[in-house]
Design a protein around this ligand. Structure first.
Ligand SMILES: *Cc1c(COP(=O)(O)O)cnc(C)c1O
Length: 233
């Protein structure tokens, strides 16, 4: 595996990823929006990338956070499947749909490619129950819309909160914020734990001076803000 670091702003470095492709490369993994930064790749950048990846290299577009995206130039990847036979799209019910313990997601790609994956898919890797539940969940787009709006309000509110305190917040399109506190993330994580708030330290995520905060309900985020103000003096 060749890891290509994101840029200082938290973007995928698509040019360096292209340059890192060699004759042994089978798969290029693109996480859009990205975890843990929350940055996204726009349609123009992604299409230009796909145009330059060799046809025999699979490009995986991991779109776990797609439903939270507000940016209007976020790529619509399903139509791109007609143009790029080496594209595979991944989606999940674990995030916006709130069904992480159903353990269900799906891939969309060329029929030929899916046929080749099918024989190595473990038997019973998803349950009928989970699939039934997921189909019901998909039909409830009013729930998705309502979560999108609540999340957007809280994302803007928390971003403003951190920025007013002078911290750099990565430009997240997701349901979390990566914030540079210029302090060891593990220390802030421990201090918040003492107050009953669990966030993620940036240390194991490759951003040692950051924390990643998942957005909750308005009330939960208020509790976070109170605890954070106690911890950071
Ligand atoms: C959560 C997540 C997924 C999906 O996880 P599952 O629960 O296994 O469906 C995929 N990619 C990223 C980047 C994620 O954050």
């Amino acid at each position: 595996m060749i890891e290509v670091p994101v840029t200082a702003e938290g973007d995928h470095d698509l040019e360096r990823m292209l340059a890192a492709i060699n004759e042994d490369t089978r798969i290029v993994w693109v996480c859009n929006p990205n975890n843990p930064t929350g940055n996204y790749i726009n349609e123009e950048e992604f299409v230009s990338f796909l145009e330059r990846v060799p046809e025999n290299v699979l490009v995986v577009s991991d779109e776990a956070y797609l439903e939270y995206v507000e940016a209007s130039d976020y790529p619509a990847t399903l139509p791109l499947l007609d143009r790029f036979s080496n594209l595979l799209i991944l989606r999940t019910f674990s995030k916006m749909y709130g069904l992480a313990n159903l353990r269900l997601g799906f891939a969309v790609g060329q029929a030929d490619f899916i046929r080749q994956v099918e024989p190595i898919r473990p038997p019973f890797n998803t349950t009928t129950f989970a699939q039934e539940a997921a189909v019901r969940a998909l039909s409830d787009q009013a729930f998705v819309q309502s979560c999108f709006e609540k999340n957007k309000v809280e994302r803007d509110r928390l971003r403003t909160f951190f920025e007013e305190k002078g911290y750099y917040v990565f430009p997240s399109q997701t349901n979390f914020l990566l914030v540079d506190l210029k302090k060891n993330g593990n220390d802030v994580f421990q201090a918040l734990m003492q107050k009953g708030i669990i966030i993620r330290s940036g240390v194991p995520l490759g951003f040692p001076s950051c924390i990643r905060v998942s957005l909750g309900t308005k009330e939960e985020n208020d509790q976070f803000i109170t605890a954070f103000e106690d911890v950071i003096v």
